[in-house]
Design a protein around this ligand. Structure first.
Ligand SMILES: NC(=O)c1ccc[n+]([C@@H]2O[C@H](COP(=O)([O-])OP(=O)(O)OC[C@H]3O[C@@H](n4cnc5c(N)ncnc54)[C@H](O)[C@@H]3O)[C@@H](O)[C@H]2O)c1
Length: 510
């Protein structure tokens, strides 16, 4: 039975058992977990506070060695960790390998940051005085994550937070506990002192209660949250009461605009990958393709063709996508299917896949797995729930437009702002789109999905509070700037008042 780890020690199993199952064969248990309660979460924050005291004094290049060791351990266990991801959350194995690679890439990037955690020397207004800036760790970082990227997204928080000298309390998604535990074990063997990284398996309500208490007692200095917009806004409110600004990485309803001059087969390939990859359960999944009216019919025809040839099935095989991650997401998707109104034209079957997948290669027991057909709904618009809200399932809408202004207005209408893409051969359209789309990430002739470990990742509006992950930008989340001025003149020099005056001759003319 898996249990939380606080201060380097496993917490004895308690009265709250939880089972995470294989979504391809829901009768198979992947992990039995003993869930913690609010008090455990508070204890983990206390342990982190204590451990951070010494960790902050370890020089950043040395902290970088732990990050490097983690990267090496992840590389060495890449296949094993990917297999756990495939089994527990149903992600196709090739994608799972990519997800694990992202951890290794993140470690590679932040290893270097350990030697580059630069401050600045800044000139002063006065002579014989020098100004400096330093980056300091924020303290204890509470990280709460979703399970659709059960190891890569946590690493985006944990790796830079530790490198910057913080201690971390990580609360992974319960339904991805086996993935979390495997990743925790790799971290624990990378040479981190006890208590610097704690993992707490808990459900949402207990997590909220624990976080409320920990924030109230000053035990948490930063919250990193990846999950739904609904829960994110509650976390934001709670942090706001304690004058903290969390990192909020939330849901997406990501648009793809296809212009009249676009390479249509390329756009269709992108739509297929980002609409149905991971069964549409990515924050960056394509929500709506917004297609110029002159190519709309051809786009839908090509998309139908591609969808018909797609393989859905056992995620250990070569498939476009596997099952929904968990019963909860399958239930949520059933609800979404009810949003499809009679006035839409539906392409694909809306039902559960009960026999074989659309193509060979499906070996799982379909009746027991959480498999759904890919669904394309043509003719959606802002009056539809389907157009306005994240669905988190294998369904995409198609809308049509006449002018680029209209396309951008449609793309911004749902009020999310994570990822957006445009397929066009006209650079003027690219820049007009880039300037006015509300997304944090824009793709040109590429799908809405995908991230690289050194590019800022994050969204605006219903997708987040503008915080960014990955690359050097995330350092501002996990460090605080301290400025220092050092006056070695031997006098009390006062800024603004004792400044040397420059006296120009205002009457001078050539
Ligand atoms: N923007 C991003 O980077 C990103 C990445 C991955 C997933 N997501 C989003 O995550 C969502 C899917 O994940 P989910 O359904 O597991 O999200 P969720 O909000 O239900 O849960 C996310 C995490 O928060 C915890 N939680 C739930 N209720 C809580 C509460 N009241 N207080 C504190 N913690 C609580 C959960 O146990 C889980 O660990 C989608 O909306 C998806 O778009 C966003």
């Amino acid at each position: 039975m898996l249990s939380s780890v606080i201060g380097g020690a496993r917490v004895p199993a308690g009265p709250r058992p939880y089972r995470s199952t294989d979504p391809s064969r829901t009768s198979e248990v992947v992990a039995e977990v003993s869930l913690a309660d609010a008090d455990d979460l508070v204890r983990a924050c206390e342990a982190a506070r204590e451990a951070q005291d010494a960790w902050r004094d370890v020089p950043p290049p040395v902290r970088g060695q732990a990050v490097a060791a983690l990267g090496r351990l992840v590389e060495a266990s890449k296949e094993a960790l990917a297999r756990v991801v495939t089994r527990e959350v149903g992600k196709p194995y090739a994608e799972a390998l990519g997800e694990v690679q992202e951890i290794a890439d993140t470690c590679a990037f932040f290893l270097g940051e350990g030697r580059r955690l630069y401050g600045q020397t800044v000139p002063s207004e006065m002579p014989d005085k020098q100004l400096f800036t330093f980056r300091d760790p924020v303290g204890v970082v509470a990280v709460i994550t979703a399970g659709n990227f059960p190891v890569a997204v946590p690493s985006w928080y944990i790796v830079p937070a530790l490198l910057c000298g913080n201690a971390v309390v990580w609360k992974p998604a319960e339904y991805a506990a086996a993935c979390a535990d495997a990743f925790y074990e790799l971290c624990a063997h990378a040479g981190l002192p006890d208590g610097v990284l704690n993992v707490v398996y808990a459900d949402g309500p207990e997590t909220f209660r624990g976080l409320e208490q920990a924030l109230g007692r000053g035990l948490v200095d930063k919250v990193g949250f990846t999950g739904s917009t609904e829960v994110g806004s509650r976390i934001g409110e709670l942090c706001g009461r304690h004058l903290q600004s969390p990192c909020l990485e939330l849901g997406g309803k990501n648009p793809m605009v296809v212009t009249e001059d676009a390479d249509l087969p390329l756009a269709v390939e992108g739509a297929l990958f980002s609409g149905f990859g991971t069964a549409g359960q990515r924050c960056t999944s394509l929500g709506t393709a917004i297609v110029h009216e002159s190519v709309h019919g051809e786009f839908v025809r090509l998309l139908d063709e591609a969808v018909g040839a797609a393989a859905v099935g056992d995620p250990s095989g070569d498939v476009l996508y596997g099952p929904m991650i968990d019963e909860r997401f399958a239930d949520g998707f059933e609800k979404v299917l009810g949003w499809i109104g009679p006035h839409h034209s539906i392409h694909g079957s809306t039902g559960r896949i009960t026999a074989a997948a659309p193509r060979d290669g499906f070996t799982g027991d379909a009746d027991a797995g959480l498999y759904y057909h890919p669904v394309v709904v043509d003719g959606v618009g802002p009056a539809d729930e389907l157009f306005m809200n994240e669905t988190f399932g294998p369904i995409i809408g198609v809308a049509s437009y006449r002018t680029l202004d209209e396309a951008i207005e449609l793309a911004n209408a749902p009020g999310y702002g994570l990822s957006a893409s445009i397929y066009t051969t006209d650079p003027a359209k690219v820049f007009a789109f880039r300037r006015r789309i509300s997304a944090g990430m824009v793709s040109v002739n590429n799908s809405t999905s995908g991230a690289e470990a050194h590019l800022p990742f994050g969204g605006n509006g219903r997708s987040g509070n503008g915080s960014r992950q990955s690359g050097m930008w995330v350092l501002d989340q996990f460090t605080r700037w301290q400025s220092m001025n050092w006056d070695y003149s031997g006098r009390l020099q006062k800024a603004q008042m004792d400044v040397l005056e420059i006296v120009p001759d205002p009457g001078f003319r050539l």
